[in-house]
Design a protein. Sequence first.
Length: 376
Amino acid sequence: MAQRRAPEQDPPSALEALERQLASSGAPRAALVRGEERYFAERALALLVDAAARAGAEVCKHDAADPELSLPTLLDDLAGASLFAAARCVVVRGADALVKKQDGDHPPFVRAVLAFLASDRPGHLVLVARTLRADHALAKATKQLGGPVFDARKLWDTPPPWRPDPRNTELALWVRRRAGELDVRLSPDEAAYVAAATGNDLAALDTQLEKLRNRGGASLREVVGWDQGGNPWRAASDLLGGDLARGAAAVEALFRAGFHSDRDGKTETSATALAAILLAGLRSKARQFVMGARAAARGQDAAAAAGVGGQKQAQAELHAALALRDWQAWQRVYLEVCELEAASRKGRALEAADFVHLALRWRAEGPRRRAVGGRA
């Protein structure tokens, strides 16, 4: 019988586990910190560097984003011995930029790292990367040596389908936990508000909590304004979910504050671009719901027909959609999206009001209303 995979740790719990591991076992031979959340990545890196320093290692830091990075110096640090300590801890930030294959072969940096890890030279290596794949040779070599691979992912800012309460998102729970560490008293509702108003940026949330700690007699909403931009895919889910208030609010946030992309760090504020992204999300989801609902009506596998067979969150959205409308109703929704998209391609400038009108037409009343995105 196949073993069940251990449940994935959330980053705060993984950070505590890493701290315990370093306290008991000391600095590892190799460690990998990967993920887009710099808040957790920086804390994991600090723990690893401190462990190496406690072991008496000389810490040599390199950053691929630094225009003055010297690759020969980095390779020399990996290949040579320390002049000032018994061992050397080589820290490489932005390792993503140094691992791309050249003519189908590993680049010099990867070959040097693999040679260092395979040798018996004393020392430690800490790699920091945003998107290094888990099956990359460096990640595999780190795991083979028993080194930690810390996942500094973004916290989930939507609640799980089986517990659709916005106060139970990883982000809201982290805000309340962090508030306790800073001696800021927040109720679950207040923590959820701070998370929603600020967005999924832990450094910005830390700043908000510091402001709350020193707010004096000001109210929470006087201190924490609504700075969060919108998310077009979440707005699409809210619109299709039939909740008028949530759908209208999502559209308003998107067109008022724009959409901040974690991938490139840019914020899109063009109404034309935002409308195009939102329409694409609506069309894709509505088409999935049409296919799934029609298959369900025929007694077939709805998830397979919608193309969401192995995606837990997408399956939850589909099941909520099937409870909300039959396939003919979803087909009408899909056609309305296509009509609006066709109008935009003919030169009509779409505004937030056009999507609020969709929210009005698609609103669901009474007990049939569901949160298609898994949120109540």
